[in-house]
Design a protein around this ligand. Structure first.
Ligand code: HEC
Length: 133
């Protein structure tokens, strides 16, 4: 009976794992992020692309720049909602009050981005061009 018991335990543990993952609402890719933005009616992608600079910095560059900063997630969450200027260039980001409920998830997703190859080179070039670091 030992193997049956451990089998049941494994199934219970898997169920708990799946349930907690669903609750965390992890954003899995740019499409999922865009869907969330659309659902909330916020126009992030009017100014941001995943992998190239537009009106605002690319999400790849933002992620790479804040990845190793202790307060990265909190900074991004706050600046998404309140707006920000002066970090990346002359442009300014207006406050995005509609993103309040999703700002933490978006910040977490941005920090999880891990560009490689050409995408990493492009993100590093954006970071190198920042006026203040
Ligand atoms: C009108 C254009 C515009 C819109 C809309 C916009 N942004 Fe931005 N965003 C910018 C600009 C410009 C910057 C760079 C500001 C700076 O240099 O400090 C920026 C910066 C950021 C940063 C980096 C903040 C930092 O502290 O370095 C994040 C994260 C970000 N935007 C996420 C978002 C998200 C998520 C949305 C939608 C909820 C959004 N933006 C909507 C223009 C925009």
């Amino acid at each position: 009976m030992k193997s049956l018991a451990s089998g049941l335990f494994a199934i219970a543990a898997l169920g708990m794992f799946l349930a907690s993952n669903a609750a965390a609402a992890d954003i899995k890719d740019f499409d999922a992020a865009k869907q969330l933005m659309t659902d909330k009616g916020v126009a992030c992608v009017a100014c941001h692309q995943l992998d190239k600079k537009a009106m605002g910095p690319s999400f790849n560059a933002i992620g790479l720049f804040y990845k190793d900063k202790a307060d990265g997630a909190a900074t991004l969450e706050k600046n998404i909602v309140e707006g920000v200027k002066g970090t990346w260039g002359a442009g300014m980001m207006p406050p995005q009050a509609g993103a309040k409920d999703i700002a933490a998830d978006l910040a977490k997703w941005i920090l999880s981005l891990n560009p490689e190859g050409d995408a990493k080179t492009a993100a590093e070039a954006e970071i190198a061009a920042m006026p203040a670091k």
